[in-house]
Design a protein around this ligand. Structure first.
Ligand SMILES: NC(=O)c1ccc[n+]([C@@H]2O[C@H](COP(=O)([O-])OP(=O)(O)OC[C@H]3O[C@@H](n4cnc5c(N)ncnc54)[C@H](O)[C@@H]3O)[C@@H](O)[C@H]2O)c1
Length: 344
């Protein structure tokens, strides 16, 4: 069995402490649910070093996850540690610059936080940095690796709801920070890329990652009707509508399945076939990164999927400004959305 030397850059919430929050949340999350938690659960990976500009958070992280070497400057860590895998868990505005240093350092794989960056131009810097040295990537679009949502994909594919027609979506964050989770999940569930977007950014909200409403038309003809807004009471709710049935899913809901009665044609609530393997999303993400390093297998969400998710965020903004549908691919690589998340 290979052993991978891991370094973590940014030792805050998603790197470590977010899984403590899960204990008091009404949800179906399978632990571990942090970068460090996932590495600690996998025998093939050992966190040998961590870097953070905040000394207190760094010390707390090293103590909790038993990490030998700590650095206030991630560049020193990259030089000193001969790492195989690096997690990039810093606030989004720093991702492109850090990715360039990580790519040049000779690592084999990167587990990177979403959104990859705040503009398509920044995402392209990240991609160029990783392609230059053949670095494999996984982006932490957590739901795409989650057994709960993987089961939903299987049930759609089983044909029980007929031909997939539409997703009706509520989400409680803005078009960039949280909605890249959503966009990646929808692309995964439909197995299709977006064709065009028609959106309206809600006026009067902060310029930092506002929400709004709109439509995504996928190339396979499936539509997604999007209602996203910071502060919404629905953390994530999706009504998946097909020709012979519906599945209703949500962050804290057990999935509901409805399908037409063969004789009457009436929609009837069914028991949901919900058995899943108990492997956490973030553990699966790391295992898919290792598989990608070892065999070239494509992870469910890599940096190219990360680009597609940011492209959809930008498309909603551009459509809203133009008051018109916007066809993909988006050519404006400078348009930048501010991700409000993260601390120094
Ligand atoms: N996948 C998810 O569900 C999820 C959830 C939360 C956050 N995120 C993403 O994770 C990233 C971090 O968010 P967070 O909530 O963990 O933030 P956080 O503020 O809790 O942690 C970020 C850490 O990075 C450190 N840092 C900042 N600049 C640095 C630098 N140049 N070098 C080294 N360390 C630096 C900060 O001191 C801090 O400790 C963001 O991109 C965010 O969008 C993803």
């Amino acid at each position: 069995m290979s052993t991978y030397r891991v370094g973590v850059i940014g030792t805050g919430r998603i790197a470590s402490s977010i899984q403590d929050e899960m204990l008091s949340k009404p949800s179906f999350v399978i632990l571990p649910h942090s970068h460090a938690g996932a590495y600690s659960a996998i025998p093939e990976t050992t966190i040998v070093a961590a870097a953070d500009t905040n000394a207190e958070r760094l010390a707390e992280f090293a103590n909790r996850w038993d990490v030998a070497n700590t650095y206030s400057d991630y560049r020193e860590m990259l030089q000193a540690e001969a790492l195989d895998i690096v997690s990039i868990c810093t606030p989004t505005p720093s991702h492109a610059e850090i990715a360039e240093a990580v790519g040049a350092s000779g690592v084999k794989g990167v587990f990177m936080e979403k959104p990859v960056a705040q503009s398509l131009g920044q995402v392209d810097r990240v991609i160029a940095a990783f392609e230059a040295t053949g670095v494999k990537t996984v982006i932490n679009h957590t739901r795409t690796f989650d057994p709960y949502y993987r089961r939903i994909k299987e049930v759609i594919a089983s044909g029980v709801i007929g031909d997939l027609h539409a997703f009706m979506v509520h989400w409680h964050e803005g078009f960039l920070f949280g909605s890249t989770h959503l966009f990646d999940l929808l692309r995964y569930l439909t197995d299709s890329d977006a064709d065009w977007v028609f959106g309206d950014i809600v006026e009067g909200e902060s310029l930092f990652d506002p929400g709004g409403i709109g439509t995504i038309r996928f190339k396979n003809g499936v539509d997604a009707l999007i209602n996203v807004r910071p502060g919404h009471a629905a953390p994530l709710e999706v009504d998946i509508v097909g020709t012979t049935g519906r599945i209703r899913i949500g962050g804290s809901l057990f999935p509901e399945l409805y399908s037409k009665d063969a004789t009457t044609g009436e929609l009837v609530k069914r028991g949901f076939p919900g058995a899943v393997w108990g492997v956490s999303a973030m553990t699966t993400a790391v295992l898919e990164l290792i598989a990608s390093i070892e065999s070239g297998a494509k992870p469910a969400s890599d940096v190219y999927d990360g680009r597609a998710a940011v492209e959809l965020s930008v498309a909603f903004h551009l459509s809203s400004k133009a008051h018109a549908p916007v066809a993909l691919p988006i050519t404006d690589t400078d348009f930048e959305i501010q991700d409000p998340w993260g601390r120094k």
